[in-house]
Design a binder for this molecule. Structure first.
Ligand code: SF4
Length: 338
């Protein structure tokens, strides 16, 4: 049977279109890789002597915290715990203490748990496939893909917040990606990944870097963008976002109170009486805090907690949450790190 005219006309056109698409994609790969080789920030977890463990720690720390805040803490961790076995040999509370003010300290507990599993089940060495990495505590799809790519040079589809934003603008013509990762985004990211393994690693790192330093959430610096000529969002006239991203409220939230309580526990060398967390009137004098728990740093941290003016219900909620999450332990009316 003869094909309809429209179909006959479309067939060669489709081949040309496919070829043009491939060419455009290859151009994107090359442009972004060239830019990355010139402009990539010199970060210690990208250094030639980085360890897979160092990459895992950096990926977990960077998930919700900017590079500038992660750098000093990551360096301290690597100096103190250069291998998973070093961390696994210490109480989980030390990981939480050394987490400092990076926020979301459950990540420290998960890293400690991952270190224990790496020692117990993998001979102290990180497994080198996405599948095996995903079996570690706290290691989800994103982290497994990122560690497989950046620590072991594997071809893996890495999709973090920065990469999602770059893909949404560059290819989707949208100001922002969907509020939560969609299957369509995941498919697009997989389709964009270069076939060549080495180039795929660079592509992942470069797209992530572009999102972090050029194609930023609030004010993309399109004039400095190496792929501006191909950007669908620019071509579409820079349409505004279709929704307002939810801001991360902080002041007055339970998260703020939890953070202030954790600061007290990190500063304390000894368990802190629960009563000291409560508003100080008619509580004990500040000196009791120092005497009971290990110094002026505790008194200062308690002062910061009390200055929040937290009500008893919210304080109770924060303490209960920290105990339930395993970030604090209560014994005989005193609280300490695990
Ligand atoms: S041109 Fe602007 S919006 Fe487009 S990818 Fe580059 S920085 Fe992002």
């Amino acid at each position: 049977m003869t094909a309809p005219a429209a179909t006959r006309r479309r067939a060669p056109g489709s081949a040309e279109t496919a070829s043009a698409k491939t060419g455009a994609l290859e151009r994107l790969h090359t442009e972004l890789a060239d830019w990355f080789s010139r402009e990539a920030r010199d970060l210690p977890w990208r250094a030639a002597d980085r360890s897979p463990w160092g990459v895992l720690v950096s990926e977990v720390m960077l998930q919700q915290t900017p590079v500038v805040r992660v750098l000093p803490v990551w360096r301290e961790w690597m100096e103190r715990w250069p291998d998973p076995a070093d961390l696994a040999a210490e109480p989980a509370g030390e990981a939480v203490r050394a987490w400092g003010r990076l926020g979301y300290p459950r990540r420290a507990l998960r890293l400690h748990a991952a270190a224990a599993v790496i020692v117990a089940e993998h001979g102290g060495e990180l497994p080198d496939t996405e599948e095996a990495l995903r079996t570690l505590p706290g290691v989800g799809s994103y982290t497994a893909a990122a560690v497989a790519a950046f620590a072991f040079g594997r071809r893996a589809t890495v999709v973090d917040t920065n990469i999602r934003r770059v893909h949404a603008r560059l290819l989707g013509g949208e100001a922002l990606p969907a509020p939560a990762l969609t299957a369509a985004e995941q498919r697009r990211a997989a389709a964009l990944l270069p076939e060549d393994t080495a180039l795929s690693v660079v592509w992942n790192a470069a797209a992530m870097e572009l999102g972090a330093v050029v194609c930023t959430a609030r004010s993309p610096r399109c004039s400095a963008c190496p792929v501006a000529a191909e950007c669908a969002w620019r071509a579409a006239g820079e349409p505004p976002p279709t929704y307002t991203p939810r801001g991360q409220a902080w002041h007055g939230t339970d998260r703020q109170v939890r953070g202030a309580v954790m600061a007290v526990l990190r500063a304390a060398e000894h368990p802190v009486p629960r009563a000291l967390f409560e508003p100080p009137v008619p509580g004990p004098p500040a000196g009791a805090a120092a005497g009971a728990s290990g110094g002026g740093a505790v008194t200062a941290a308690l002062g910061r907690l009390h200055s929040l003016g937290t009500g008893p219900d919210q304080l109770e909620r924060a303490l209960a949450g920290l105990l339930a999450d395993g970030l604090a332990v209560e014994e005989h009316g005193r609280l300490r790190l695990p």
